[in-house]
Design a binder for this molecule. Sequence first.
Ligand code: G4P
Length: 532
Amino acid sequence: MIHLKRMPLAEEIKKRKTFGIIAHPDAGKTTLTEKLLLFGGAIQTAGAVKSNKIDMATRSDWMAIERQRGISVATSVMGFEYKNLKINILDTPGHQDFAEDTYRTLTAVDSVIMVIDCVKGVEKQTIKLMEVCRMRKTPVLCFINKLDREGRDPFELIDEIEEELKINVQPLTWPIGMGKSLRGVYNLYEKNINLFEPSKNKRVDDLVSIKNVNDPELEVHLPISALSQLREDIELINGVYDPFDEKAYLSGDLAPVFFGSAVSNFGIRELLDCFTEIAPNPKPRDTESRIIPPIDPKFSGFIFKIHANMDPRHRNRIAFIRICSGKFKRGNNYYHVRNDKRYRFSNATAFMAQQKETINEAFPGDIVGLYDTGNLKIGDTLNEGEKSLFKGIPSFSPELFKEVINLDAMKSKQLEKGLKQLMDEGVAQLFTYEMGAKKVVGTVGALQFEVLQYRLLNEYNAKVNFSPVNIYKACWINAKDKNNLDAFIKDKYRHIARDKDDKLVFMAESKSWLQMVEDNFSNIQFHSISEF
Ligand code: G4P
C-alpha cells in the first residue's frame, strides 16, 4: 500500500490563494478567468470556460436561464495548481441584478482581481463592488483589459481608478501604445518588456530583459516614437510613485495595476506571476467570540452560497462552504451552530478547473460543495462544536421592494415553504411586517422577482404576483436602551418588519422621511446592513 506523505496544516495553508474576479459586465471577466486557467495549465484550449452571464435577449426564456444556472455551478469555483500553489478562483455573477450573490461570494475570498475595460474605464458596477472590498479591506489587484483596442490614456485611467474607486494605485506594468499601435507592456516590477504579437493561442511570451528603460537594447525592438513615449511615461511614473509597498496592498490600501489584453493572452503572465507572489494566503476570520486563525487545528467554515437543483423531483442543493481553519474530512460529523445539531457530510465535492470531484479532505482557503437537503442556509457556520458564528456575511438593504400576493389561498403552506427555502438560498430578501404579517420581498434587480415567481410556481406549485409598495430602504435598527427601542416600535409600528433571521427592520418610505425620523429619534441606530 502506498502511504502518501501528509503535509502539515501550515504547509497546506501556505500553498493556498483564494480570490475572486470582479468586473462590470463585459469588461472581460470570463475571458480573463479562462486565460488564467490556460496559463496555469488547468485547461488546454480557449473557449472552455463558459460565461455565466444572463443574456438579456433570453431573459424570458427560462430554460436558458436554467441552463445558465447549470453553467454557473460548474464555474462557481475553479481550482488549479500553479508553481506549487493551489489557486482557487471564485466566480461572481456578471449580471447586476444578482449583485447580492457577488457581495456574498466576496466574503469567501482573501483577495480580488478587478477587471476594467480600457475603453470604458471605471463603470457603475465596479464602483459598487469596490465599496464592498473597501468595507472588508480586501486586497485588490487591477487588470486594465482590452489594450488591443483604442482605449483611453493610461494616466487618465489610473487617475480615474484612484478617484472613483477611492483607492491608491500603483502601475506595475505599463502599456507601450494601444489599439493598432500596441507594441507591448513594460514590466516595472521585473524590468523587462513583453512584446505584443496578436495571437489568441500563444502562451509563450516574447520577453526582452533590460536593465532599465534607457537600455539601448530597447531600440532594436521598438520604433523610436514608441520608445520615447515610454521613456517619458516611465520617468513620470518613477517621479510620482515610491517603490511598491506590499504591506499597503495587503491591507487593502494600495491596488497594483496591470495592463493587458485577455483575448490576445497578453499581459496575463505578468498578472499571474505577481499575484502568486504577493496575494495573501487564507486569513484569520472573525467569529462572535474570537478570531479564528487558519492554523487552528479544529475545522471551521461558513456557507456563502447555495445552489438549488431546479428539478422539483430532485430537490437536493449544493451548499458552498469556505474552509476557515483546520482540516475538513469527508464523512465526519460536524456541528451546525444555528441548528445546534451535528450532521454528517458523506458527500463532499471540490472543484478543479472544470471538473467536480469527490474529495476526502480540504484545507483553509478551499471551497467544498456539500449536498444538502434543506438544513443549511447562507451564513451558517459548521465546526467541531464551538457555539460561535462567523461574522461578516451581512445582508445589504435591497433597492427594489414589492409585496408578495398569494394568488391561490389553498397553496399557502407551499408558498410559505418555498419563500423560506428560496430566502435561505439568498434569491431575495423577505421582510415580514409585525402588523398584519404583510410580506415584502426586497431585491437588487428586477430579474430577481422574475426568478422568484418562476421558481415558486415550478418548484413549489405556489402562484404569486408582486404588487408595488412605497419603500425606499430597509434599515436594521437597534438602541442602547431597550425602552427607547420599544417606544420607537410603538410609534412606527406600521413600518416595522422582521428579516429572515427575525431581526428588527424599519421600512423607510423615502429618503427625506428617513432623514427626518433619524433626526427625531437620535437614540435609535439605523443601519443599511444587517450586521453592526
Ligand atoms: P464578462 O465576463 O466580464 O462579462 O466579459 P467577457 O469575458 O464575456 O468579455 C466580454 C466581451 O469582451 C467578449 O466579446 C470578449 O471576447 C471581449 N473581450 C474580452 N477581453 C478582450 C480583450 O482583451 N480585447 C478585446 N478586444 N475584447 C475582449 P463578445 O463579442 O461579447 O463575445 P465573443 O463572441 O468575443 O466571445
